[in-house]
Design a protein around this ligand. Structure first.
Ligand SMILES: CC(C)(COP(=O)(O)OP(=O)(O)OC[C@H]1O[C@@H](n2cnc3c(N)ncnc32)[C@H](O)[C@@H]1OP(=O)(O)O)[C@@H](O)C(=O)NCCC(=O)NCCS
Length: 169
């Protein structure tokens, strides 16, 4: 079993986040683009507000620490939709299928359900991203609808599912 730790993001993680966003096996599914610079990730981290909750998964290899996964949850700011938040996730192509995605999700779901009392978590996913859709369904997300021609991928407009998970107590 892979040993990794989940912790809040730091500015120094930007270079790893940039590498993940650009790599094959991640970029095509997260709306990344191959020319993205590390400064974009640095600006993203520095620009996070109190509505943004971002965690990374860190592994240690040969004495070096490396970030191999990230999840972000952004709580909507408008007072009447503050009970809902949007989620984005990615795991390094070389570390997928090892439980990192599940662990990152469990961290934000606990925060959402028990500490922020959010009623609704939302995300979008390409309709053919079976691994991700299965993971989200296992975590209680449902498909709410399909966005036709939602995003460009490799020369085509592709459809996305809108998925959501409800927590009403
Ligand atoms: C989707 C993603 C976040 C999942 O993270 P992960 O760390 O690979 O997921 P986990 O190892 O926790 O596995 C979770 C579930 O995914 C599915 N899964 C994992 N590896 C799989 C594989 N090789 N083949 C098929 N399904 C797989 C399984 O349902 C698994 O649950 P189970 O094995 O307990 O039944 C990750 O694969 C990823 O970043 N992919 C590229 C970017 C992306 O698609 N992001 C999401 C955009 S909406």
């Amino acid at each position: 079993m892979l040993d990794f730790k989940v912790r809040p993001v730091k500015v120094e993680d930007a270079v790893f986040i940039n590498e993940m966003r650009r790599m094959d096996g991640v970029r095509e599914n997260i709306l990344g683009i191959c020319s993205e610079r590390a400064t974009r990730s640095e600006d993203f981290i520095r620009g996070l507000s109190e509505n943004d909750h971002v965690f990374v998964a860190e592994v240690e290899e040969n004495g070096l620490r490396k970030v191999v996964g990230m999840i972000s949850m952004t709580v909507n700011r408008n007072m009447r939709v503050r009970h809902s938040a949007g989620i984005g996730i990615m795991v390094h192509a070389g570390y997928q299928g090892k439980g990192i995605g599940t662990a990152l999700f469990n961290q934000v779901i606990d925060l959402a359900d028990n500490w922020l009392m959010l009623a609704r978590l939302e995300l979008s996913v390409f309709v053919d991203n079976d691994r991700a859709v299965k993971l989200y369904q296992a975590l209680g997300f449902q498909i709410e609808g399909t966005k036709k021609y939602a995003a460009v991928r490799n020369g085509k407009y592709e459809d996305e599912y809108m998925m959501a998970r409800y927590h009403i107590s």
